[in-house]
Design a protein around this ligand. Sequence first.
Ligand code: 2IP
Ligand code: CA
Length: 399
Amino acid sequence: MSDILRELLRVSEKAANIARACRQQEALFQLLIEEKKEGEKNKKFAVDFKTLADVLVQEVIKQNMENKFPGLAKNIFGEESNEFTNDLGEKITMKLCSTEEETAELLSKVLNGNESASEALARVVHQDVAFTDPALDSIEIHIPQDILGIWVDPIDSTYQYIKGSADVKSNQGIFPCGLQCVTILIGVYDIQTGVPLMGVINQPFVSRDQNTLRWKGQCYWGLSYMGTNIHSLQPVVSKRNGSDVQTEDARSQAESSHPFSAVISTSEKEAVKAALSHVCGDNIFRAAGAGYKSLCVVQGLVDIYIFSEDTTFKWDSCAPHAILKAMGGGIVDMKECLERYPETGPHLPELLYHVGNEGAAGVDLWANKGGLIAYRSRKQLETFLRLLIQNLVPLGTQV
Ligand code: 2IP
Ligand code: CA
């Protein structure tokens, strides 16, 4: 099996441990909730703690990969920069040092001398993690390292990470908000073609032990390379309608009137929501987190994740895209799908990951600017598009 994927799984678990530690260890949680309030920047530290957690997770992923695969780090990209300037005007580059003590010392500079928080963080950052999936060991595949680019979203759904409740109830298995919507996303793509190859979605907060109050997570992966498609999921079983599998009767009834279910962002346009309600009826779910919404498709909780806005980025979609591709699905550019219709042709406008948007700057360079539709089967996507367009056009909607 790809050694790189095995290592990505391990570092994603390390990242999940850091994410859990920041929520569970008192010294760290206090910093997280002291987050900058509306309109006022936290003056205490060189950087707000949320950003530090993000950067630290990103650096752990980057440096652990580099240690195992020298030369890889230069092709690992993410949203965060690891350089800060503190109130004294000192420039600090946040990185993993070779010892726990050195990392603690560096962290303490960013955290304005907060020893207990710096030590707690350094401890978890340097902790050894063993993590693998037996299914990964059974297949031997070699992907040359020099064609790989990696997009990292160290903590997706940061708002839920900081403010998210631990006690949100799911709606037919789907969490509208809360800690379950937080994910760590690592997506690998081919730097020449931009095609996604491997993906890991680590969900650090899945369920909490009622006695210890400790969180348990879950990790999903997929690989799609030169005709080999493998992933961590069992054949998909819908878990909608109740916390478990729907009864056949309920399911066929729901399917006859509205064949599709979709998960959407709370910021979706009214016109799209109106069209969707004709296609999906009541089977429309709102949820936070671009990574989490994609995961709902991966898990088979919904058929489609659709978003017409341009506020998801390559680091949000690359990992789920690779997993969905390994399952026979993918993520397409929504705007392009609508413009091309009914000319589908053999190639769908799948999102690519190697070139930035022309004329754009900053994060917009890497925005999925035409919106997106994530799906598990091409046939399903085609039917969904036909129905969506039928319902969008009469409304005279410009998407
Ligand atoms: C965000 C996060 C948001 C999502 C947005 C992403 O990433 O996943 O939840 O918006 O598109 O860029 P929405 O929940 O409306 O889909 P981050 O939390 O890493 O900034
Ligand atoms: Ca994100």
